[in-house]
Design a protein around this ligand. Structure first.
Ligand SMILES: Cc1cc2nc3c(=O)[nH]c(=O)nc-3n(C[C@H](O)[C@H](O)[C@H](O)COP(=O)(O)O)c2cc1C
Length: 153
């Protein structure tokens, strides 16, 4: 079932975002394909986080995160943040987001500095919900798209 599940769901195209934050040991982040808007009034955004994520617990502790929406051509960056462990921010350029201090990456399409509102456990993932405190369009052009196991855009 799980192979079939993965295969069929790999045909659902997604954008790619890097969820980044400042943990006790410094910046942390992970790539997600599930970042989306949830509600307009009040404004809420969210993503689904694997409960085995190693980067999310320290970000959660900080109470906020920045969703960095990747642009076409940032597939390598996405793959970098889709790996576990290591200092993912070594040698990376980033600026602190204005409200949470979470990392804002370079060359993205948009970023949203968010306050963590709540987290709801759903199977082996949780739905992470945030309130965007600052929303910025940071670039033009096409998005990075993940489809059938490949980056496109
Ligand atoms: C295109 C793409 C989309 C992904 N989407 C998600 C996602 O929505 N939620 C999630 O928890 N992990 C997602 N992942 C997997 C994480 O990036 C991966 O498990 C990563 O190793 C987590 O790192 P961490 O252990 O440092 O948190 C995705 C990976 C890729 C390549």
């Amino acid at each position: 079932m799980s192979d079939h599940f993965r295969h069929v769901l790999s045909h659902v195209p997604t954008g790619v975002a890097v969820i980044a934050g400042i943990g006790g040991d410094g910046p942390a982040g992970l790539a997600v394909g599930s970042f989306t808007s949830i509600s307009l009034d009040p404004p809420l955004v969210g993503f689904f986080c694997d409960r085995g994520s190693t980067s999310w617990p320290p970000i959660r502790e900080s109470g906020g995160f920045c969703a960095n929406v990747l642009a076409a051509g940032q597939g390598e960056l996405a793959a970098h943040f889709a790996h576990k462990g290591g200092s993912k921010f070594d040698g990376l350029e980033w600026e602190p987001a204005p409200f949470t201090g979470s990392p804002v990456l370079e060359g993205t399409l948009a970023w949203l500095d968010c306050r963590l509102e709540r987290e709801v456990e759903l199977g082996d993932h949780s739905l992470v919900v945030g309130t965007p405190l600052e929303l910025v369009v940071s670039g033009e052009g096409s998005p990075l798209v993940f489809f059938r196991g490949d980056y496109r855009g």
